[in-house]
Ligand binder design. Structure first.
Ligand code: NAD
Length: 357
């Protein structure tokens, strides 16, 4: 199988990435390499104890912490944390956590241009992208700018061993969605496809190992490697139906991010397979089914993913409005995004049934 294309543009960001169990303890060394001496540590309230742990790793170079990172990157929180960074004279942001914490670091970087050292504790992949979504007055707006791309990423498998099993599964499928949609992206390059395929493979092999022993740092390391690859694909190429549907469901019906991605993914891929079977061939091969949506569905079932949007609290009566919203703003997708077909997809995802296409 060749991923060669006659014409393409390949982009890559200048990011320093370090992998290894225990690598978080090198944070002072990384600060020194950046020429930084005053770190502001960011976490969620749920992971606040990591702020003290990382303060110790900074060896006197931490000036404070902000433990109020929250979902959807609300502008009010970002402005609050930006004021603190200014008041403390911080010269680097140290974000320790999942997409919510990393989003806060990006929001401060957007306002201050401070460099970021990021230590991810989920598989969402935000650390590897120049994308930031921010919420104000209930509206989420997303932009892509090199200003928010973190400079240093430390992937430490030991930190991810605490990720609860349910979130491990949904966060992994969230990451895999970036790679799956990257396979048919119009602006894909041979390199983004290589990363997508290897990222999907890392989760296919690594996730069952993690579930057999969530504290296995070798298996956690392989899945983090998958998260980096899949996140890098998200940062390099445009996403389509799957990400737009999840954005609509999360934004308008307040459904949780990772779980929504996990449930919708096999359906969105089944929908698009009609039009992009050739591009999705690596997915079919990896998951052993000529129908790539069905292959992903079997994998999701095997790893114990939630399968139905109704289990997230979405009412069946909301599906018509969800379908209307999903087709309201046209965007490129390999298969035309048609209202009736999307309504059918949503019904299947709501009920947890295989999408008949
Ligand atoms: P999250 O960051 O919201 O974390 C969910 C919860 O799990 C939090 O309470 C967190 O403290 C906790 N948690 C995280 N890691 C843990 C660990 N190892 N052990 C125990 N608890 C842990 O969840 P997420 O799915 O990583 O991030 C979702 C957010 O990231 C969404 O807002 C999404 O839009 C954003 N995102 C952005 C991009 C981008 O490129 N901009 C990419 C992916 C996701």
């Amino acid at each position: 199988m060749s991923f060669f294309r006659e014409e393409f543009i390949a982009r890559s960001a200048a990011v320093r990435v370090r992998f290894g169990p225990g690598v978080r303890r090198s944070v002072a060394e990384e600060m020194e390499a950046l020429g930084a001496r005053r770190a502001l540590i960011l976490t969620t309230p749920q992971q606040a104890e990591l702020a003290d742990e990382f303060s110790a790793y900074c060896g006197g170079l931490a000036v404070g912490s902000y433990t109020g990172a929250t979902m959807h990157t609300p502008v009010s929180v970002s402005e609050d944390a930006t004021r603190l960074a200014g008041a403390l004279g911080a010269d680097v942001l140290l974000s320790v956590g999942g997409g919510s914490t990393i989003g806060l670091g990006k929001a401060i970087a957007l306002r201050t241009d401070l460099p970021q050292i990021v230590v991810p504790t989920t598989y969402a992949g935000s650390e590897a992208t120049p994308i930031i979504g921010q919420t104000e007055n209930g509206v989420k707006t997303t932009q892509s700018t090199a200003k928010v791309q973190p400079e240093v990423i430390l992937y430490d498998a030991e930190l991810v061993t605490t990720l609860p099993v349910e979130m491990t599964v949904t966060s992994a499928l969230n990451a895999m969605a970036h790679a799956a949609e990257g396979l048919y992206a119009r602006d894909r390059s041979p390199i983004s496809t290589l990363m997508a395929v290897e990222g999907l493979r890392a989760f296919r092999d690594g996730l069952p190992r993690v579930l057999a022993n969530p504290e296995d740092t070798s298996a956690r390391g392989e899945t983090l490697y998958g998260a980096w690859l899949c996140g890098t694909v998200l940062g390099q190429v445009g996403m389509a139906l799957h990400h737009k549907l999840c954005h609509t469901l999360g934004g308008s019906f307040d459904l949780p991010h990772a779980q929504t991605h996990a449930i919708v993914l096999p359906h969105a891929i089944a929908y698009n397979a009609q039009a992009a079977l050739e591009q999705l061939a690596p997915l079919a091969e990896l998951f052993g089914d000529s129908n790539p949506g069905r292959g992903l569905r079997s994998f999701a079932k095997q790893v114990g993913s939630p399968m139905a949007l109704r289990d997230l609290g979405l009412a069946e009566a909301d599906l018509d409005r969800a379908a209307d919203l999903a087709v309201a703003n046209p965007y490129w997708n390999p298969r035309p995004v048609e209202r009736d077909a999307i309504r059918k997809l949503l019904q299947a995802a709501w009920a947890g049934e295989e999408l008949a296409v």
